[in-house]
Design a protein around this ligand. Sequence first.
Ligand code: ADE
Ligand code: ZN
Length: 325
Amino acid sequence: MARDAKIELHLHLEGAAPPAFIRGLAKEKSIDIGGIFDERGNYRYKDFWDFLKVYEAATSVLTSPDDYARLTTAVLEESAANGVVYSETFLSPDFCGGRDVGAWREYLLAMQEAAAKAERQDGITLRGIITCIRHFGPEKARETAICAAETAGDWIVGFGIAGDEKIGQPKDYRWSFDCAREAGLRLTAHAGEWGGPESVRAAVRDLEVERIGHGVRAIEDLALVDELAEKGIVLEVCPGSNVALGLYPSFRKHPIGQLYDRGVKVTVSTDDPPFFHTTMTREFQMLHDAFDWDDGVFETLNRTALDAAFCDADTKAKIAKRLEA
Ligand code: ADE
Ligand code: ZN
């Protein structure tokens, strides 16, 4: 499965940083990031909230555009090795220049240059979704949305929200989502991961998103499942992430199979692969093993992901050829 072509729509760039990469930068810069690794050198966290702290501690060593260029290169190399031909990654001006538009432009340019090189070398295409962070609050999200609006185009193609879903309500972020939409950005929001079905309803109703990050807890309300299917809302499902963080005990018990069977547009991603000991190859393999999904289902997942991708039509046509090859 590693060599089969895949599309990934839900990947946090910092969350994809290999632990050795973060350790190396910490050492280079003599930054003490505390005990965020276990004895085998992997990221160590107790639960989702601890995961967010470890994520931010790891991210604290990424302090320059060049660090983000190196990170982009490392992440795309790993994605390409797993057959990914097109990827959309969440980028946060919060971590890249503290939401200052001028600084953000420099980080963005560095990442775009690294991505262009990876595309020439490995045939993987990257696009960015600017993401505000829910637990940083609505005020900071507005500044993030302004960074997004200022750099919207054919590379920055979307806007979203990640972070602690238990804090605040989607409607608190409405101004930011309106700002991004008016700048031509497509919209997605993390919901229905740590919040129940009502959080998915609120994201669709109050932020008017066309995709939901996770959204899997919609399964607890079948009327909502039908509504998602009818409206064609796409779920960026990350089964390995949900299992690693303890939301479901196993792939077999994960609702992606039921959501797919009920006609919801589901796609598959890794979220923060080294944190969850996963790759796109492993996600596909585990789904095959859990649900006996065959090549036809994986082709459907890829096609759904390509349709739901935020890039322009010419890019989609190019990616479609890579899927066929
Ligand atoms: N940021 C990185 N991974 C996340 C997740 N799974 N949920 C919310 N915010 C995140
Ligand atoms: Zn995520």
